[in-house]
Design a protein around this ligand. Structure first.
Ligand code: C2E
Ligand code: MG
Ligand code: MG
Ligand code: MG
Length: 291
């Protein structure tokens, strides 16, 4: 009896593993075709300036319109794209599409704001990354100051190489933002050395900052430190008006989260623009009250 159960669970485990690696392989094959089949789409989530309530930026977040599965979120395929190297062409597609989109908005007079694009660590090891970014800026005729590249702390683990690439990117005139701040390999040394413009406080700290004393302290301290270091600071994952007010009181510059808007397809983003700009004045402290 026991033996049988044991064998069954062993088989179950095996086939489950097989299933998983098969699924990955299948996803990788489909991912490979997805670029040429035009199955990717960028969604945009606004970043709001807390003193004015205005949209000052938008983060481009990739979505995959899978022919059978429907909308697939990046959590399900970015790691596969990274491991397979597909992140290189995919990352380039994201950069070009986001820059083109912002140019289109600028031409329509919609956007005096910047667009942020997430970079994968693998891209920092792409030998010609800086050259490719330069070319995309040139092709799309986007002023580099409107492009922000979001990197994560783990990217600074190999400090020498990454610092060099970041400095080269920075010299193109783009901005660099440190995403998910506080969750990864973090060293204040790199914060001092790396050409960082913006600290992005991770949503895991923002989520409970109005109910958990430790999270409140972390958020306050990161904001204060960012200001002292002359960095911009943005809070991600803002979902409640209490969080918004907390952040305003701490003089956080910018916020992003479902309270203002979920990431949206281009067309909806533009339609919702005015509504999104009302959120801070509706739910937050009166705009213009802080400095
Ligand atoms: P991220 O860069 O930290 O992006 C923020 C994530 O938090 C997004 O998830 C966004 O939809 C979600 N989010 C925003 N506001 C809220 C909120 O108020 N509450 C909650 N619960 N979530 C919120 P998404 O779009 O699923 O992206 C997940 C991650 O995938 C991103 O994290 C980023 O690391 C990666 N990613 C997305 N697009 C790209 C891309 O084009 N290239 C690369 N390399 N990575 C990407
Ligand atoms: Mg990001
Ligand atoms: Mg983030
Ligand atoms: Mg995050």
């Amino acid at each position: 009896q026991v033996k049988k159960a044991g064998r069954n669970s062993y088989q179950f485990y095996c086939s489950k593993q097989k299933d998983q690696s098969f699924r990955r392989l299948e996803l990788e094959t489909q991912l490979r075709k997805a670029i040429s089949r035009d199955e990717f789409e960028l969604y945009y989530q606004p970043k709001l300036e807390l003193t004015t309530g205005k949209i000052v930026g938008a983060e481009a977040l990739i979505r995959w319109n899978h022919p059978e599965k429907g909308l697939v979120s990046p959590g399900e395929f970015i790691s596969i794209a990274e491991e397979s190297g597909l992140i290189i062409p995919l990352g380039e597609w994201v950069l070009r599409t986001a820059c083109m989109q912002l140019r289109t908005w600028q031409e329509k007079g919609i956007a005096p704001f910047e667009v942020s694009v997430n970079l994968s660590v693998r891209q920092l090891y792409q030998p010609n990354l800086v050259e490719r970014v330069r070319m995309i800026l040139e092709e799309t005729r986007l002023d580099p100051k409107y492009l922000e590249l979001e990197i994560t702390e783990s990217m600074m683990a190999d400090s020498d190489h990454c610092l060099k690439v970041l400095n080269e990117l920075k010299s193109l005139g783009v901005k660099i933002s440190l995403d998910d701040f506080g969750t990864g390999f973090s060293s204040l040394h790199y914060l001092k050395e790396a050409p960082i413009d913006t600290l992005k406080i991770d949503q895991s700290f923002v989520r409970h900052c109005t109910v958990d004393g430790n999270d409140a302290t972390i958020v306050k301290t990161v904001i204060a430190m960012a200001h002292q270091l002359n960095l911009e600071v943005i809070a991600e994952g803002v979902e409640t008006k209490e969080q918004l007010i907390f952040l305003q009181r701490q003089l956080c510059n910018v916020a992003q989260g479902f309270l203002f808007s979920r990431p949206l397809p281009v067309k909806v983003f533009i339609e919702q623009f005015d509504e999104m700009e009302k959120v801070v004045s509706i739910h937050g402290l009166p705009v213009g009250i802080q400095n």
